[in-house]
Design a protein around this ligand. Structure first.
Ligand SMILES: Cc1cc2nc3c(=O)[nH]c(=O)nc-3n(C[C@H](O)[C@H](O)[C@H](O)COP(=O)(O)O)c2cc1C
Length: 334
């Protein structure tokens, strides 16, 4: 099984990616948050830093592009080729209103004719591998049939499917019927993405879809960065005949390791961000996810959220990791 870390804009940039790879080396491929081609301009400094090879040493990284313009896509793919990337990923899943209004991300799915013309041009002219991360439609899962016919006309490296429509955002459950249809009818290799938050969910998914050999996880890996170590350990146990289901339980990572991972993030963000406020903002964002991992963490979490100085913040975070024990995986309430 191949495990991919989903792109999460604002969170899984190169600082997070490197720390995760060093502390929890369990992911096969990391997809970057989207990069957007801009007319007459090259990368922003954030985008450039994210894809620089020296910022991604030893990690398998696939840059993701968000656009509906073949010319911009091709130019960016060329620049990424010069940096050594062999594959680029196209974002057809972003549900954000501003992106969709520009006919990009999941918004592009509502224009199948234009999408087909876009694919025709990029597949004719691009000499890199192209994978696609898509939702199953703009408003109605019925849109997916015709969309799959388009995808099937082109040699995608991988079709990553998040089986929700744009208007779901992250509500409702992933549509496994449409995913099953995609799996049966796709001429391209398929990767599943959506709501695999814990090992039990991964196990059920693998039982339901035993032919899928690539899955992508986002929020589950943010909550529990060590989640896939349990999955890999389970698969190894199964090969040696020690467990039946191929998945061990994945408790929250040892608090000492979590604290070390956390401290590394703080240190690295301090190096690249311009002040304590920005570092605090970045770290507090992560607590939306980590806060779900431990028991009786409320009073520490409150201190973390209220902290205005990095020193106060670090003390509160250390307390939480030292004092709180892990919860059993549960419904995280996303
Ligand atoms: C904060 C946030 C940022 C995201 N940024 C991106 C992005 O840049 N590109 C993309 O394709 N998907 C993005 N996504 C979607 C995720 O990659 C993923 O498809 C989604 O979270 C569902 O997977 P999960 O249930 O495993 O989290 C983002 C999602 C969230 C919550």
């Amino acid at each position: 099984m191949e495990y991919c870390f989903a792109p999460l804009e604002g969170i899984t940039g190169y600082v997070f990616r490197n720390a995760h790879h060093d502390f929890f080396p369990s992911v096969d491929r990391y997809y970057t948050p989207f990069i957007t081609p801009k007319q007459g301009k090259s990368f922003t400094s954030r985008e450039w830093n994210d894809v620089l090879p020296e910022h991604n040493e030893g990690i398998c990284v696939i840059p993701q592009i968000l656009t509906n313009q073949a010319e911009g896509f091709l130019k960016m793919a060329q620049q990424l080729k010069a940096l050594g990337y062999e594959e680029v990923n196209l974002n057809l899943g972003c549900p954000s209103g501003t992106v969709v209004a520009k006919k990009k991300g999941a918004g592009f799915l509502a224009f199948p004719g234009e999408l087909d013309a876009f694919f025709s041009e990029i597949f004719e002219k691009c000499d890199r591998k192209i994978s696609v991360k898509t939702r199953i439609g703009k408003e109605d899962p019925e849109e997916f049939g015709p969309l799959l016919e388009i995808f099937n006309r082109y040699p995608l490296e991988k079709l990553i499917i998040h089986p929700r429509v744009q208007t779901d955002y992250y509500k409702n459950s992933p549509n496994t019927d449409v995913f099953a249809f995609a799996l049966k009818e796709s001429k391209n290799p398929v990767c599943y993405n959506g709501d695999l938050f814990d090992l039990e969910k991964i196990r059920t998914f693998r039982e339901d879809f035993p032919s899928v050999d690539s899955i992508m996880l986002g929020r589950g890996l943010l909550v529990n960065p060590g989640l896939l170590e349990g999955a890999k350990r389970g698969a190894a146990d199964q090969m040696s005949g020690e467990t039946g289901n191929g998945l061990s339980t994945a408790p929250a990572p040892d608090p000492k390791r979590m604290l070390a991972f956390h401290d590394r993030l703080v240190e690295d963000y301090c190096h690249i961000l311009s002040g304590e406020r920005d570092v605090l903002f970045k770290m507090k964002e992560l607590w939306f996810y980590w806060g779900k991992l431990y028991q009786d963490q409320e009073k520490y979490l409150k201190k973390i959220k209220k902290a205005q100085k990095l020193s106060e913040y670090k003390t509160a975070a250390k307390w939480l990791f030292t004092e709180c024990s892990a919860k059993q995986p549960q419904n995280y309430g996303f």
